[in-house]
Design a protein around this ligand. Structure first.
Ligand code: NAD
Length: 260
């Protein structure tokens, strides 16, 4: 997969899966801008991108704030002049249960969950699409979760805020794909299981240790992009569901690539 000359924007790229995707895309030749609220982690990701011989730019941006997203995307355009790939990756997993905390705390956290995933992904897409449209095409990859698959619904304190936001992203994937097909913009989603990141380690260290690695998800994004213009759009690819041995997950990721 050769992404030379292309520009990728990745939200939540300061650590975890977002960093894994940033490095994978840079190793395939893309210049990368990461949007994040963690400046130190974001700077480190930019350094890793540069270590791969590409331009890496860390942009301080809370994607739940539409004015900040607009400024960040203008910044990307000023620096690179194009956006070929948008990866909507940032999310938070926080307690949004109905039976804990106070009315104030829980409603605030629920709003935060929805703002980051559901609204943030929309803000980023709304800013990037006209740029892609003008260039005649592009790719949006939404990072969702296996929870959209029946039988994988999450229970736990964060479930309704996290999963609710992810369901919105899932529906965005399909409706954007239909709307953007005529503009040559493909929209697909990755709906994977456990991946070893700070987010998962905060929930369960043993599950994180047995899980896929961030670079595996980076490879999954590359395999989706490898189909090129006219490739599948509106797909929600499920792979590496929690409990699947990593070797099997890697086979499922390899199967996302075009067959030779
Ligand atoms: N880790 C898993 O097991 C797993 C499984 C399936 C799906 N996912 C999804 O993968 C994505 C990445 O997850 P992760 O485990 O790497 O998470 P993480 O918590 O390790 O990293 C999330 C990143 O998003 C950033 N972020 C948070 N709020 C932000 C905001 N408002 N604006 C900009 N950046 C913000 C954080 O600073 C951080 O860099 C998420 O969408 C998550 O739902 C994760």
């Amino acid at each position: 997969m050769d992404l030379s000359g292309q520009v990728a924007v990745i939200t939540g790229g300061a650590i975890g899966i977002g960093r894994g995707i940033a490095v994978a895309l840079a190793q395939a030749g893309a210049n990368v801008a990461t949007l994040d609220i963690d400046p130190a982690g974001n700077a480190e990701t930019a350094r890793l991108v540069q270590e791969s011989g590409r331009i890496g730019v860390a942009i301080d941006c809370d994607i739940a704030d539409r004015a900040q997203v607009r400024r960040a995307m203008s910044d990307v355009l000023r620096q690179f002049g194009r956006i070929d790939v948008l990866v909507n990756n940032a999310a938070i997993y926080i307690d949004t249960s109905l039976t804990r905390g106070t009315y104030e705390s829980q409603t605030r956290e629920y709003e935060r969950s929805i703002r980051i995933c559901a609204l943030g992904s929309y803000y980023c897409a709304r800013a990037a699409v006209p740029v892609m449209q003008q260039a005649g095409g592009g790719n949006i990859v939404n990072i969702i979760t296996e929870h959209i698959k029946e039988g994988h619904l999450m229970t736990g304190p964060g479930a309704s805020g996290y999963d609710g936001a992810k369901w919105v992203m899932w529906r965005q994937t399909e409706s954007w794909a239909v709307e953007l097909k005529e503009h040559g913009i493909r929209v697909n989603a990755l709906c994977m299981g456990a991946t070893d990141t700070p987010m998962l380690r905060a929930v369960s260290v043993p599950i994180a240790e047995a899980a896929m690695k961030c670079e595996d998800v980076g490879q999954a994004v590359l395999n989706v992009l490898a189909h090129g213009n006219g490739g599948p759009t509106g797909m929600s690819y499920v792979f590496g569901t929690t409990g699947t041995p990593r070797e099997q997950s890697l086979k499922e990721i390899a199967a996302l690539a075009p067959s030779r």
